[in-house]
Design a binder for this molecule. Structure first.
Ligand code: ADP
Length: 382
């Protein structure tokens, strides 16, 4: 439709925001994407000028496959060669990561997407792709792994606190990359042509991978919290509530929070991993206290009750403003937060823990106001 409009009027409409080849190249340069093509007939490579910033070699030197291989880290050459060979022999795409060695001895990680199109026969007619640097992401991953290894040695609760700030930092990188890729996509799609659509697809795929990476960071946090042998035993509900409150209510009295704890009938017990359920209670109690910060009335109630179905329900209620409408639907998804410094992982991690115990997790908005979070655990004998 847009094309027709353009042909008729002979000029670009405002809505098209068409990109010239130069603008397209500049956009790719801006987001750090290097494009290349290889002519299967003579093996010659043409590569964009920004390859110097990414691969550390000028476009003049990267004239063929061998010249390209020479900058690849020796340990990664065979993998790259196999990917290229596979695409050339059978057509199709590849998507690989490898290291490049720069003249000054520095090593950088890059990701490369290639696509070979087969002609009528079995011989490829076109072979092209993109390369971009993922060095910062790789370093961030390595740092995250080191961080996790260190955190194993500290208690889970303080680890959660430390991890939160480190993760917020780590998450900025994939989120920044997603923003760059989608901006580039917007440019490509404003004047759809085969090449632009292909480039937009690659940028979208890269954005999706970054989103998965961000999700992966959260998954790792969840793994950390729920990792290892879960040590489920028969635990006294009164003892669980008492311990969790000791941890979570530090300083709450000074904030004017009135707390009521009702552990239910005497001797009531659940089958639970004590540390993990404390983690859930601490998350809920801290959220409740934070929610009531600006409320005139600050009442917190932590109540346990035996259910007919053989489970025990534990509820945490507050007199805050209740769950904001904007997040009500997606409350248990990671990253959902209304707090300026929030991570939005507490509820998603808590729900995973409860579900792993075979329980359920839900939130209520009582008519009297505030929010009530309920979770169930299987009841246990002595
Ligand atoms: P975070 O506390 O880092 O935001 P959570 O997953 O624990 O992460 O909570 C997600 C969001 O759920 C909060 O940002 C807040 O908007 C909402 N929420 C959680 N608990 C309460 C509560 N007791 N009252 C009102 N809103 C709440």
């Amino acid at each position: 439709m847009q094309r027709l409009e353009r042909t008729r009027s002979g000029r670009r409409t405002e809505a098209q925001h068409g990109l010239s080849a130069r603008e397209l190249r500049e956009t790719l340069d801006e987001v750090g994407i290097c494009t290349w093509s290889l002519d299967p007939a003579n093996g010659r490579v043409a590569i964009s000028e920004n390859c110097h910033a990414i691969l550390g070699v000028s476009a003049r030197r990267l004239t063929d496959h061998d010249a390209f291989q020479a900058v690849v880290h020796p340990e990664d050459r065979a993998g790259r060669a196999a990917a290229v060979r596979g695409a050339l022999e059978h057509g199709g795409r590849y998507n690989i990561e490898y290291r490049v060695c720069q003249a000054d001895g520095a090593i950088r990680w890059v990701r490369s997407h290639g696509r070979a199109e087969l002609g009528r026969g079995t011989r490829p007619t076109r072979f092209r792709g993109i390369v971009y640097c993922i060095d910062a992401h790789r370093r961030a991953e390595a740092r995250l792994q080191r961080l996790q290894a260190d955190l194993i040695h500290v208690s889970r609760l303080s680890a959660m606190g430390e991890m939160a700030s480190a993760l917020a930092h780590e998450l900025n990188q994939p989120l920044g990359a997603i923003s760059n890729y989608t901006t580039a996509c917007d440019h490509f799609l404003s004047e759809p042509g085969n090449e632009q659509i292909e480039a937009a697809r690659s940028a979208l795929a890269a954005a999706a991978r970054q989103a998965q990476r961000a999700g992966g960071i959260i998954r790792r946090l969840r793994d950390f919290v729920t990792r290892g042998e879960t040590d489920r035993r028969s635990e006294s509900v009164a003892g669980l509530l008492e311990d969790a409150c000791d941890l979570a209510l530090v300083g709450s009295r000074a904030q004017g929070v009135e707390t009521r704890i009702d552990p239910g009938p005497p001797g009531i017990r659940v089958l639970a991993d004590r540390v993990q359920i404390q983690q859930v209670l601490v998350n809920l109690i801290r959220n409740a206290c934070e929610a009531m910060r600006d409320s005139a009335c600050r009442n917190l109630a932590i109540v346990a009750a035996a259910q007919d179905d053989g489970s025990v329900c534990i509820s945490v209620s507050d007199t805050g403003p209740g769950v904001a409408e904007a997040v009500a639907e997606s409350l248990f998804l990671p990253f959902v937060t209304t707090k300026s410094t929030g991570m939005g992982v507490g509820l998603s991690v808590s729900r995973s823990i409860v579900q792993a115990h075979g329980g359920t997790f839900r939130v209520d908005s009582p008519a009297t106001g505030g929010a009530t979070f309920h979770f169930t655990l299987p009841a246990a004998e002595d």
